[in-house]
Ligand binder design. Structure first.
Ligand code: ZN
Length: 400
C-alpha cells in the first residue's frame, strides 16, 4: 500500500525544473529542445549549452553564472567526432546554493558540435548513435531507458540508506531542496557512523565535481551524494550497492555551504530531482515535514524524527513489503485473500515480507489508505495490502 504524501507526479515534473531546467525564457534555446550545432571546440560548445541552462534557471545564483562558473570535463573522445563527459555550473559558496550538473554527449557535425545534456531532447538519440568507446553499452541502455510509469505511482527504489548495513546514522536533515529551500524537496542529510558513504543501489557512477558523485540506477532513478571528502574518481564505472563513494565531509568546491560533516543525499528520476518523501531507503519511508529540513521516517509503525538515528536495514526488494500494523503489534496472515479465511499466523510490525502475487479480497484501512488488495506472501499465506508498505497502490508482483 502506498499513498502519495505530498504532491502528485505531474506536480513533481513541473517542480523538478526549479534548479536545473527552468521554464524556457523568451530568448535563447529552450531547454528540452535540441540545440543547434556550435562551432569551436567541444569544451566551448558544452560551455555554451551550460550558459543557456544558467540563463533559464529559476535559481538566481545559477542565472548569474558566467563562463568562469562552468566546469566541463571531457572524459572520452572518439577522434574528432564524438565526446562524452560531465558539465557542471558551480554555485556561490553560500547557503541555499548548490551546483547543477549533467552528463553530456557531443557529436561534431559539419556546422559544429551538437551537444545534448541528459534530460534534453536529443540526448537519447545521440547516446544511441555514439560509438561504444564514447557511450558504453551499459550507459546506452541507461540513457535510452524509458522509465516505467504506473497509475497511482510507483515509489519503489530498491535502495538502502547510503551507508553500511546495520549502522545507525544521524538523520540531521529531513526533506529539502537540492539547493536547500528550492523545490522539489529531493534531499536529506545524514551524518555520523563510520563516515563512509556508500552507493544506495547499484548503478553507473560519475564524479560530477570534487565532492560530488552521481550514480544512475535502473528504472529511471539516480542518486547524488555531495560534500564528500576523498570521493572516488569515476567516469561511468559500474558500482554495486554498497560501493564506497567517499567519506562524509564539508566539501563545497562546486558551491553551497556545509556547516558540519555529512552527506547531502538527493534522489533524481528521469534526469531531474524529485521529492524524496514517500520513497523508501533502507526500509525507512522518508516523510516530509511542514518546512525544509523537517520531517521523519517510518519503519512500519516505528517513527524516527529528524535528529534521531536511522538504522540501515538494507534495501527493500522491489517485490518486498514492510509490514505496517498502523500503531504496532502484528498483522494476521490468512489462508486466503480476506477475513473469511482462517488465520494462519501473524507478521510483526516492521517485518519484511516477499509478495508472490496479489488478489482482491475484503477491504481494510491502514496508515496508507483503504484497499481491497491482498498479497500472497512467499510462504503461501495472505495479508491485507492495507497493512504493509509496498511503494505502490497496486500489485507489486502481478495478479495471482
Ligand atoms: Zn542537504
Amino acid at each position: 500500500m502506498f499513498r502519495t504524501q505530498t504532491r502528485g507526479r505531474v506536480g513533481v515534473a513541473a517542480l523538478a525544473s526549479a534548479i536545473v531546467l527552468a521554464a524556457p525564457a523568451a530568448a535563447g534555446a529552450a531547454p528540452g529542445a535540441a540545440a543547434a550545432p556550435s562551432t569551436g571546440g567541444v569544451n566551448s560548445a558544452v560551455t555554451a549549452r551550460l550558459l543557456d541552462q544558467a540563463a533559464n534557471a529559476a535559481d538566481a545564483g545559477l542565472r548569474s553564472a558566467g563562463t568562469h562558473d562552468t566546469r566541463v570535463t571531457v572524459t572520452r573522445r572518439d577522434g574528432q567526432t564524438w565526446a562524452f563527459g560531465t558539465a557542471v555550473i558551480v554555485a556561490p559558496h553560500e547557503e541555499d546554493a548548490y551546483p547543477a550538473g549533467w552528463v553530456f554527449v557531443a557529436r561534431r557535425e559539419r556546422a559544429g558540435w551538437r551537444v545534448a545534456l541528459d534530460g534534453e531532447a536529443g540526448f537519447a538519440d545521440l547516446a544511441q548513435a555514439a560509438p561504444a568507446s564514447v557511450v558504453s553499452p551499459r550507459e546506452r541502455a541507461l540513457f535510452t531507458e524509458v522509465a516505467p510509469t504506473y497509475a497511482g505511482g510507483d515509489y519503489r527504489t530498491g535502495m538502502r540508506l547510503p551507508y553500511g548495513l546495520g549502522q545507525s546514522w544521524s538523520f540531521t536533515g529531513g526533506p529539502h531542496g537540492w539547493a536547500g529551500s528550492d523545490t522539489p524537496w529531493s534531499s536529506i542529510d545524514l551524518a555520523g557512523g563510520d563516515q563512509r558513504v556508500l552507493a544506495a543501489r547499484g548503478g553507473t557512477a560519475y564524479t560530477m565535481c570534487r565532492g560530488w558523485i552521481r550514480v544512475i540506477h535502473d528504472r529511471g532513478y539516480a542518486t547524488d551524494y555531495y560534500h564528500l571528502w576523498n570521493n572516488i574518481s569515476v567516469n561511468g564505472a559500474s558500482v554495486g550497492e554498497g560501493a564506497y563513494l567517499g567519506d562524509t565531509g564539508t566539501d563545497v568546491t562546486c558551491g553551497g555551504a556545509a556547516s558540519g560533516r555529512h552527506v547531502h543525499f538527493a534522489l533524481r528520476q528521469n534526469n531531474a530531482y524529485v521529492p524524496v518523501a514517500g520513497h523508501n531507503l533502507g526500509k525507512w519511508v522518508v516523510m516530509g515535514g511542514g518546512g525544509t529540513y523537517q520531517g521523519y521516517a517510518l519503519h512500519g509503525s516505528a517513527q524516527v524524527n529528524v535528529g534521531g538515528a536511522l538504522y540501515n536495514h538494507g534495501a527493500l526488494g522491489l517485490n518486498q513489503a514492510l509490514i505496517d500494523a498502523n500503531g504496532g503489534g502484528t498483522v494476521n496472515r490468512r489462508t486466503g485473500p480476506g477475513t473469511g479465511y482462517a488465520v494462519a499466523g501473524s507478521a510483526a510490525d516492521g517485518a519484511t515480507v516477499t509478495v508472490s502475487c496479489s488478489a482482491n479480497g475484503t477491504t481494510h484501512a491502514g496508515r496508507w489508505g483503504s484497499t481491497a488488495l491482498w498479497n500472497r506472501l512467499s510462504d503461501g499465506t495472505w495479508a491485507s495490502d492495507a497493512f504493509m508498505w509496498t511503494g505502490s497502490a497496486g500489485p507489486i508482483n502481478g495478479w495471482c
